[in-house]
Ligand binder design. Structure first.
Ligand code: 3PG
Length: 202
């Protein structure tokens, strides 16, 4: 199973599963094709299950910390899995299950370990604290066969700069669906934020 991610990956935190469908539709209507539902709330798996039935979007799970979470998210309809960090045992679980997994890395050593284990699409997190695009360039120079998904602290006006790097597959962030907007059920606001993010791309 392999999923090629679109340029923008909203990282969403869902407190109420009832918001899942209108949120996914709002993101889709703003031009978003992939959504990362973080497993940070009790509602996350139900939300993921609901979002996975929405036409026009592909849904993955984020903040995957354990193999059990990976299996539960996959059973709920996740097409890809993202973790904030690198974990060799978790990588072995993903490899055995043949799951699409983007582990998180924050150092060259972690990137080397993930790559050596067969994972060459890596979340760079928290990228703005790590040095932003300069950090992406530094890693890409020594690991030319690795593809990156930077996330963490990126602003809407910075996404295009990241995406101008050939090694960047997708840029993750919460700005397309801020938690407070979702909590207020401001789905028109989510569509507007998504559309603005898409239109800011080259
Ligand atoms: C992530 O998991 O990638 C972060 O939660 C992204 O959120 P931010 O855009 O608010 O940093």
């Amino acid at each position: 199973m392999s999923v090629t991610l679109g340029p923008l990956l909203p990282v969403v935190v869902i407190d109420d599963a009832d918001t899942a469908r209108p949120l996914a539709e709002a993101l889709r209507d703003g031009g978003i094709r992939h959504i990362e539902v973080t497993l940070r709330t009790p509602a996350a798996l139900d939300a993921l299950r609901e979002m996975a039935t929405v036409d026009g979007v592909t849904v993955g799970a984020g903040t995957v910390l354990t193999g059990e979470q990976a299996d539960a998210a996959t059973a709920a309809g996740a097409s890809f899995l993202v973790s904030p960090g690198w974990d060799a045992a978790l990588g072995e679980h993903m490899r055995r299950r043949d799951l699409t997994w983007l582990p998180g890395v924050a150092t060259p050593s972690e990137a080397m370990a993930a790559r050596a284990a067969g994972f060459s699409r890596l979340k760079l997190f928290p990228v703005e604290l790590l040095g932003g695009v300069a950090f992406v360039d530094a890693l890409a120079a020594v690991l030319p066969d690795v593809v990156f998904a930077p996330s963490g602290g990126i602003r809407v006006d910075q996404a295009a700069d990241y995406l101008s790097r050939p090694c960047v597959e997708t840029v993750g962030g919460s700005w397309m669906a801020p938690r407070d907007l979702v909590a207020r059920r401001d789905f028109a606001g989510v569509t507007a934020a998504s559309r603005a993010a898409v239109e800011a791309l080259p």
